[in-house]
Design a protein around this ligand. Sequence first.
Ligand SMILES: NC(=O)c1ccc[n+]([C@@H]2O[C@H](COP(=O)([O-])OP(=O)(O)OC[C@H]3O[C@@H](n4cnc5c(N)ncnc54)[C@H](O)[C@@H]3O)[C@@H](O)[C@H]2O)c1
Length: 267
Amino acid sequence: MTTRTEPVNATGLGRLNGKAALVTGGGSGIGEASARLFAVEGAKVVVADLNIEAAKRVASQINDEGGVAEAFHLDVLNEDSCVEAVDSTVDRFGSLDVLVNSAGVGYRNMPDISYEERWDLVIGVNLKGTVMMARSVSEQMKEQGNGSIVNIASIRGLVGYPAFITDGFNPYPHSKGGVVNATRDMAVGLARSGVRVNAVCPAFTVTEMTRGTRENQEMYEKVVALHPIGRFAEPIEIARAILFLASDEASFVTGACLVIDGGFTAQ
Ligand SMILES: NC(=O)c1ccc[n+]([C@@H]2O[C@H](COP(=O)([O-])OP(=O)(O)OC[C@H]3O[C@@H](n4cnc5c(N)ncnc54)[C@H](O)[C@@H]3O)[C@@H](O)[C@H]2O)c1
């Protein structure tokens, strides 16, 4: 799907000059917006996704617009695949300075499988996948003596769903609560190595993941009403916060979970 992102040839401030970034889920939505914005800011970007065609599309768009990017086929459920993504980034760009963990799945976009299988898949991709990737980059970042990991949690890591949306057994908030606390735990564990670990907690954002909600007019209006700002976020609005946490501007920020929610959790 097309998302509103910054073109690569827009003027950046060079906030990621000289850095190599690996963006999981980079083929779509928040990951795509981050990959494109990072390229604007001078990073060399590996766009990693289970959907290799989507990753190739984003990487070639960045390259066509004057940035530097490469696509990588990644399955965050597979530790070997995570390690290969790290090795491939370092081989190609000489370092790995930023990891954005944006690969994720929602509960409703599942094929018709059992509740237990769906629970395992959502927890697997969103929580295990985030930790596998972070653990895979941590050795390289520790060796470098610096690095920044940004996890995409959610307001669902902070609060549950309203009852009109689900029944309390949707694994998505369960997975995102895990990402929030894994972020804190990894941040403490890696702090003395020069590696920072933070998360963003977005509210509803205009991506493929929320297509179903946005296409159901009645549900959409009820959900929009939960955001005091009166709309969903655009992916670029999340990417700008991810950029801050990824960059040296956030040099004293670690273990933080930055809420970007149009006031959703403020009420
Ligand atoms: N859209 C929202 O409202 C919203 C709100 C808060 C948090 N988030 C989180 O933001 C992150 C990005 O979601 P999005 O909204 O951009 O969704 P999206 O569906 O547009 O993008 C998710 C990407 O992850 C990839 N992916 C899925 N499983 C994978 C796997 N096993 N290995 C590698 N890649 C895989 C998909 O192919 C897709 O390209 C997710 O973690 C999501 O939970 C989204």
